[in-house]
Design a protein around this ligand. Structure first.
Ligand code: EPU
Length: 420
């Protein structure tokens, strides 16, 4: 396994291009399983989670042609099994989308429990409740979720918690069901809208994606389409935070600024200058940021996926901040690593109290999960001296070309092999 070595203290400057959104890509690729004709998917991020989803599609028998680093053509008419391989499924969280997609297309799915980041309890009871409401029988045996139906019939489904995964999975299963499905208390993340747009381009009839009530009128068949994945707001937000932590001045390009409103608003509260310009945004930070409180919430609230990088910026801010992580009960694992760099943070359950220090000091640290890894990179960029980050395989699951994009922005980052 490789490590990243970062020499801190070099302000980020220049322009960075944001790749396609991971959490859209890992939903839209399984959704392509529903298509009756080939689909071209563009602006795919070149990351491990996408490679893993493509491996599952191929294992199921789909033809996947990678035309370039960010474009694939998928023909799912060659699929010859409804069973997802155990080892492939546990490589990531989003393998659960194969339940909805296989069920929607073949009325039968067998998918081993998904893997993904260890950030607390991550049940899928709302996904199962949705499939059952549509008429499927769902059994969990030996770590495998088996779902089956003679026919799927649209139904009203009220989600007990706002869930990105359950909202998308129910859309996948319902778009070729008989009659109308209504998802209430649906998640509103841009990934939901992107996936609904993709399905509608295939011929589905989905209305209301992006609001908390989504109506899906079942259609008989779906065709093919060409679709471009939306930009990754979490990647963009990570660079914005990294720019502020390094007291830099960067332009974040190829984004949809409204998707970043909660982050821009918080950073402005902290005294960071953010200027929007069409599909890009400039971040200028030349003074120490002011401490602010944050509470993670479903979209459009402050995203849990940026809580960890943001906690780094708060750890070097002026004053004391309270972080309330309302989505996951284990998303503070990075705090012990940050403390090795001199951060003053105390955690009590889902609350962290961050007492800002003037600077962090480089240290050997570990990426305990994807966004924790991104947080360590942000910490390393801002710190005095050298930070060595191990376990970076987590980072590669979600950030395309991270170190090269940072090097282009003037960061001093080097990758070495663990044994070196
Ligand atoms: N939940 C339930 N029951 C369910 C589903 C969810 O209780 O059936 C709870 C979860 O435990 C959590 C909350 O509902 O407390 C929200 O979970 P959600 O289902 O929205 O999360 P997810 O679909 O598993 C996606 C992203 C995560 C992101 C969350 C929240 C993907 C593949 N993953 O996960 O992304 O944190 O939504 O926005 O889309 C990341 O990119 O680093 C990442 C972890």
């Amino acid at each position: 396994m490789d490590k990243l070595i970062i020499e801190g203290g070099h302000p980020l400057r220049g322009e960075v291009n944001i790749s396609g959104a991971k959490n859209s890509a890992v939903a839209i690729l399984p959704a392509a399983l529903l298509a009756g004709a080939p689909c071209t998917i563009k602006n795919l991020p070149d990351i491990k989670d996408v490679a893993n989803i493509i491996d599952i599609l191929k294992q199921l028998g789909a033809e996947v042609n990678k035309e370039s680093h960010d474009k694939v053509i998928i023909n799912s008419n060659t699929i010859n099994t409804y069973k997802v391989d155990f080892e492939l499924s546990k490589k990531l969280r989003a393998s659960y989308y194969f339940i909805g997609a296989l069920l929607g297309r073949f009325k039968k799915a067998e998918v081993p429990f998904p893997g993904g980041c260890d950030i607390g309890v991550r049940p899928i009871d709302q996904h199962i409740k949705g499939f059952e409401a549509l008429g499927a029988k769902v059994i969990i045996e030996h770590g495998i979720i088996r779902a089956e139906a003679d026919e799927l019939v649209g139904a009203p489904i009220f989600l007990d918690v706002v869930s990105v995964g359950a909202t998308i999975n129910i859309m996948l299963a319902a778009c070729m069901a008989k009659g109308t499905t209504i998802i209430e208390n649906a998640a509103k993340e841009p990934y939901i809208v992107d996936t609904a747009n993709f399905l509608n381009a295939l011929g589905a009839n989905i209305k209301g994606a992006g609001t908390d009530e989504i109506k899906i009128k079942g259609v008989e068949t779906l065709g093919g389409c060409e679709h471009t994945i939306i930009p990754d707001q979490m990647e963009a937000g990570t660079y914005m935070i990294a720019a502020a932590a390094s007291k830099g001045d960067i332009i974040v390009k190829n984004i949809i600024p409204t998707h970043l409103d909660s982050i821009s608003a918080k950073m402005r509260e902290m005294g960071v200058n953010i200027i929007e310009n069409g599909d890009s945004l400039r971040v200028i930070a030349n003074t120490r940021p002011k401490a602010v409180n944050i509470k993670t919430l479903p979209y459009p609230g402050f995203p849990t996926d940026l809580q960890q990088p943001m906690s780094v910026l708060l750890s070097i801010s002026d004053g004391t901040a309270i972080i309330n992580e309302s989505i996951y009960d284990g998303r503070f694992k990075h705090v012990d690593e940050l403390k090795k760099m001199g951060a003053k943070i105390s955690v009590e359950g889902r609350i962290a109290i961050v007492e800002g220090v003037p600077k962090l000091l480089g240290a050997p640290v570990c990426a305990t999960d994807l966004r924790a890894g991104a947080a360590m990179v942000v910490a390393g960029l801002s710190a005095e001296g050298e930070t060595v980050i191990s376990n970076i395989t987590h980072i590669e699951r979600g950030y395309e070309n991270f170190e090269n994009k940072l090097i282009k922005l003037g960061a001093k980052v080097k990758r070495i092999n663990e044994e070196d």
